[in-house]
Structures are given as C-alpha cells and as structure tokens.
Design a protein around this ligand. Structure first.
Ligand SMILES: Cc1cc2nc3c(=O)[nH]c(=O)nc-3n(C[C@H](O)[C@H](O)[C@H](O)COP(=O)(O)OP(=O)(O)OC[C@H]3O[C@@H](n4cnc5c(N)ncnc54)[C@H](O)[C@@H]3O)c2cc1C
Length: 438
C-alpha cells in the first residue's frame, strides 16, 4: 500500500540501481518508497557482473554486507582487478592495479548477476516491490500536485518523485526525452555461466579473473560465487556494415556453442579446452546512448539512474558500480533536503534542488565515462573493421600494455563528488563549474 501522507517516491525498475535506491531510502520514517518492476519475477537471467571498489564501498555503506561475502563475491587472490594474458601463449602481459588503498572486502569482485540482485532484494520489504508493473506513461495532477503513473496493465500509482531505473532502453527516459535513443555499438559478447565442475578437470585452469586478448577478439574467464564459473567471449564488429554478424540479434538471445568453438579454434590449447567444456552460451549485442542534456525531468520531479541515465554499453564492466553510486547519490540528495528529523515534507522547490544536487554529483562523471566509451568504440571499429590488416604480435602486446588506466572509473569517490555538489549548490554555482573541472 502506498502512503500519500508521506513523501512518495516511485522507483521504476528493480535492477541494481532501483534496488540500491530503495535500500538507501528505506530508513526514513516519512518517505514511502515503492518499486515497480516490469518482470513477473526477479529471474535468474544475465550472466556475470563486476563491481569495482566504488560499487563495493557503496554496497558496504548501504548495509548490504551479504553481497560482500566471499560466498557470492569472487575476488582475485593476487588483488589485481584484472590480469591480461596473451591469446596464444597464455603468458601474463599486463595487470590492472588498484590506484588507492583498498580493503579486502572492497576489492574488485565478480558476481553472478542473480546473486547480486538477490542479495540486494533481501534488504527490501517484499510488499514494496510490485512485479508485472510495466511503466507506460505519467501525468501531473494539478489538484493534488501528484504524479500519476500508468502501467501497461491499465493500473495507476501516485508519487511525488519518480526515479527511472528501468535500464538501457528506459521507457521513463524515452517518455520524457523522446529523442533519446540507444544504438548497437558493434560489440558482441557470448556469455556463459555454469557450475565450475564443467571445467574443473582442466589442468592450469585460471583460478583468478583473466582476460585473454587476441588481435581481433577477447576471452574472459572467472570463478564466481557458489561454485560457478563464467566465460565471456567478445569481439567488435563494425555496426555500420550492412552484413555485420549479429546486427539483428536481440540481447540475451540463445547462442550456439559451436560458434564460439569456431571463434577460438586458433587460440591456445588452454582457451580451447575451456571453450570445449562450455555447456551453453547466450548472445549479448551491446548498445549505448549519448549523454542526456539534463537528468532533471518532469518539472523537477523525475530523474533517472543507472543505465537509464547513462547507457554506456557495458564498457569497463562499470555498469553495476555506476548504478549503485547513482542510487546512493540520489538517496543522499533527497535526504539532504529532507533529513530524517525534518518536521514537514519538502516543497517542490526543495525537491528540484535535490535533483539538481544529484545531477551535479553524478552527471559530470558519467558524461566523461560515456565520452571515453564512444572514443574507444570508434578506435575499435577502425581497428577491427572488415578488410583491415590485423595488427602484429608486437602491436598487440603494446596495445595490451598501453591500455588506459580505468581506476578513475572503478575508484571514483562518490561521497566527495556529493560534498562538492552540495557546496556548489549552496554557492549558487552553475553546473558548468563541475564540467569545466574534467
Ligand atoms: C535481466 C538482466 C540481465 C543482465 N545481465 C547482465 C550481465 O550478465 N552482465 C552485465 O554486466 N550486465 C548485465 N545486465 C545489465 C546490468 O544489470 C546493468 O548494466 C547495470 O547493473 C545497471 O543496472 P540498472 O539497474 O541501471 O539496470 P538493469 O539492471 O538493467 O535493471 C533495469 C530494470 O528495469 C526493469 N524495467 C525495464 N523496463 C521497465 C518498465 N517499462 N517498467 C518497469 N520496469 C522496467 C527491467 O526489467 C530491470 O529489472 C543485465 C540486466 C538485466 C535487466
């Protein structure tokens, strides 16, 4: 039951961002949070998802300690977030490192996405999550000053604030910004998650997360929690080529293991043994969008989080952590204008202020992520597109070693960004001040 005497916040989407935001707001006695999810159940679809120290710290701050547990979060013993190996020789060519001090429980971790979603959902009263509720539209009722949300089943719900956390193709985003769109980046991943028993017999099976790089494709392997193992084979096609393979396939569609066996037939015997043991695979063609002009929508009562706000196509395996940091920043901005001991609900102007602070906290960072993603995609397309001569072994090794350091993404300090945004708002500075610092 919704409670209109409280500040009503409707979260659309029970993914990582939506659940994170609901957890971050749940202790406020005068906030009523309801989560509306399109799916009929929080199903076990998806494969592996990574969280960097930023996402792990945010989970910790939200009190989601069950997700930090070794039972579901797999961390490299070596503490390297990622190990890069040569496709033919298996030798380690390079490693990523954490830039700052990182405690064990905040080390970069890999999850089976369903485990992470389940760990988050455990912190929310199930009566607050409404399944089979697919957002369709929203209207403003001038008499009550409430937003009226309509779902595709014809039912409605009221809210003072809407957080659109409804993923990459966000119907909330397209309702308010009809010109926004996502497009296939040309990057295709074959993802598989299966019991580790399928590959346990393989001598020299990597027991850490490893990324093998070849001249035109990559191969990622990692253990996951609860004795699972993941394999992600991926390659870059030219999305503009009319005959690009998988151009028309849909995200999370059935894949063919024979295709990936063919893909890696010239790779090292270790990689081939792993690929031969993969029992099934699914295809994920990735899409990305360009940054929105603003996240303050619907007359200052609606905003977005996670992929809905900044569909970046999964690059840097950053989507989960970005979503959690959004969730924390959104909740912190609301609590800034409406602290737990506040005597009355925030005014419309105060709600707008909260959404501005949220935008100032997150948008400069996620815009920068998206800019880098699009630049990198263009480089990859130029490098891999049909007819290009593949690079030499020397060039490949140099590319692995000279890749950009991603720690500014994985160790981004959302608390510091929030403090700066609050100070900038208090000083009446324009959002361009933050942008200019990038
Ligand atoms: C089923 C699924 C599997 C995924 N698997 C992987 C994976 O294997 N690896 C990986 O790196 N990333 C995966 N992702 C993406 C990853 O979860 C996100 O990139 C990242 O975590 C950001 O989270 P998010 O909350 O913004 O979006 P998401 O996690 O995508 O969550 C969005 C939620 O909104 C719901 N929704 C969509 N439309 C509506 C609507 N009209 N009304 C109400 N609810 C709606 C969706 O059902 C979903 O639950 C997956 C996403 C989903 C939905």
């Amino acid at each position: 039951m919704t409670d209109s005497s409280k500040l009503q916040i409707a979260i659309i989407g029970a993914g990582i961002a939506g659940l994170g935001a609901a957890i971050a707001l749940k202790h406020h006695p005068a906030i009523d949070v309801q989560v509306y999810e399109k799916a009929s159940e929080l199903r076990e679809i998806g494969a592996s998802i990574a969280l960097g120290p930023n996402g792990m710290r945010t989970l910790d701050r939200l009190g989601v300690q069950n997700a930090l547990d070794d039972e579901v979060a797999f961390r490299n013993k070596s503490r390297y977030p990622m190990i890069y190996r040569h496709w033919k020789t298996n030798e380690i060519v390079s490693t990523d490192s954490h830039a700052g001090e990182v405690e064990y429980r905040h080390l970069t971790s890999r999850f089976y996405r369903a485990h992470l979603q389940e760990a988050l959902a455990k912190h929310i009263d199930p009566s607050k999550i409404h399944l089979s509720k697919s957002f369709q539209s929203v209207a403003f009722d001038a008499a009550t000053k409430k937003l009226i949300i309509t779902f595709t089943d014809g039912t409605t719900a009221t809210a003072d604030i809407i957080l659109g956390a409804d993923g990459i193709h966000s119907p909330v985003r397209t309702f308010f910004v009809p010109t926004s769109s996502t497009a296939w980046t040309g990057w295709v991943a074959f993802r598989s998650v299966f019991p580790i028993s399928h590959v346990a017999h393989i001598k020299d099976l990597p027991d850490e997360a490893n990324h093998f790089w070849g001249p035109d494709r990559t191969f990622f392997v990692s253990k996951l929690g609860r004795d699972l193992f993941t394999v992600v084979g991926s390659y870059q096609a030219d999305p503009n080529a009319p005959d690009a393979p998988y151009k028309d396939s849909t995200w999370n569609s059935d894949g063919n293991v024979d295709t990936i066996r063919e893909f890696y037939k010239d790779w090292s015997p270790l990689v081939r043994q792993i690929v031969d043991a993969v029992p099934h695979t699914r295809v994920y063609p990735n899409s990305a969008a360009h940054p929105l002009e603003t996240w303050v929508l619907g007359n200052g009562k609606v905003t977005l989080a996670g992929d809905a706000a900044h569909a970046h196509g999964g690059a840097f395996a950053a989507g989960g952590s970005l979503a959690l940091d959004d969730a924390w920043a959104f909740a912190s901005s609301i609590l800034h204008v409406f602290p737990v001991d506040a005597k009355k609900k925030p005014t419309e102007a105060e709600i707008q202020k909260a959404l501005r602070i949220y935008e100032r906290t997150r948008k400069p960072h996620t815009d920068r992520v998206m800019r880098v993603v699009h630049e990198n995609n263009l480089k990859k397309i130029a490098q891999y597109s049909e007819g290009k001569k593949l690079e030499s072994d020397e060039q490949l090794r140099a590319r692995i070693k000279n890749r950009a350091d991603p720690s500014w993404i994985h160790e981004h300090d959302v608390q510091a960004a929030f403090a700066q945004a609050v100070a900038a708002e208090a000083a009446g500075r324009g959002a361009s001040n933050e942008q200019a610092r990038l």
